[in-house]
Design a protein around this ligand. Structure first.
Ligand code: HEM
Ligand code: HEM
Length: 239
């Protein structure tokens, strides 16, 4: 494996090591929170707060691993010297990347609803803006095409939106039943998308060749599922 292959591995590794274990804890605390409220079960009084605290870390981790994936895909598409659009575009994309990180950090701290909504939207816009760059692979951009619904990219964008929405609405979800119901419906969908990402991610990992294999593998026809015949093996020298 070369350095660039290790860079491509950062995102899947963080998903497996960080995001999915956190998701398990958040889901368990979510069930306990609901049981405590509906059935007055003997769960500790802290489960609601613990769920929201870990939920916030989960949301932050999802945004972070998506930004890492996008940055790696864009930065390693071509050697940096031949970067399409030159230093101007590179600088602009870097600014969007940093801006999205700053918006996420600000969302963590601000209290007023208008700031929470603005920073969540800014962060999501940054993630979408980077994702729409031509270097980032997207199966389809047409929701009528089945490939769109199998896309790891669009699943990721949807999930980031749902996580940021939960983070931005945290005080309202604590306070109001209406918001809690909305939160539950939206995050049931989020849990399903997490499962879908756990399938489409490893599928993409299978499809992406190591960097030294790329010239050969990308000469294949991915529509017809055929590859050019291998070059003739070299004849051993005859004695
Ligand atoms: C897949 C992810 C998630 C699922 C399935 C989920 C599910 C739930 C459920 C079932 C409840 C209890 C609702 C009730 O009592 O009727 C809840 C409460 C709550 N969730 Fe989540 N949640 C998720 C992620 C998040 C995230 C990312 C945040 C952001 C900080 C969050 C914040 C909250 C808050 C503040 C409450 C109210 C807790 C309380 O009653 O004190 N959740 N969630
Ligand atoms: C929370 C779950 C996940 C989310 C939200 C997510 C989201 C994304 C997004 C938005 C991209 C950039 C678009 C693209 O290149 O397709 C991406 C890339 C990628 N994802 Fe995921 N992903 C998740 C989990 C996984 C898992 C579990 C794996 C594999 C084990 C995986 C493997 C990949 C691979 C191989 C890429 C290509 C680029 C790279 O590795 O940096 N992802 N992901």
């Amino acid at each position: 494996m070369q350095t660039v292959d290790w860079l491509w591995l950062i995102h899947p590794a963080l998903a497996v090591v960080l995001v999915y274990p956190l998701l398990g804890m958040v889901l368990r605390l979510a069930r306990q929170t609901r049981e405590r409220r509906i059935h007055h079960s003997k769960e500790p009084a802290t489960v609601g707060r613990d769920h929201a605290d870990l939920g916030q870390w989960l949301a932050g981790a999802v945004v972070a691993i998506v930004l890492v994936a996008e940055a790696v895909v864009i930065a390693t598409g071509k050697p940096l010297a031949g970067f399409e659009g030159g230093p101007g575009r590179l600088g602009l994309l870097l600014l969007v990347l940093i801006g999205s990180g700053v918006a996420l950090a600000a969302l963590w701290r601000v209290r007023q609803p208008v700031y929470r909504a603005s920073f969540a939207l800014l962060c999501w816009a940054g993630v979408i803006g980077l994702g729409l760059q031509p270097e980032v692979f997207r199966r389809s951009d047409n929701p009528l095409d089945p490939a769109f619904w199998q896309s790891h990219f669009w699943g990721g964008i949807g999930l980031v939106g749902l996580m940021l929405f939960s983070m931005a609405g945290r005080p309202e979800i604590h306070r109001e039943l209406r918001w809690r119901r909305l939160h539950l419906s939206l995050n049931t969908l989020a849990a399903l998308i997490f499962v879908a990402q756990g399938i489409s991610g490893p599928r993409d990992l299978l499809e992406i060749p190591l960097s030294w294999q790329k010239p050969t593998v990308f000469s294949c026809d991915f529509e017809r599922l055929t590859c050019p015949p291998p070059a003739m093996p070299q004849q051993p020298p005859s004695s």
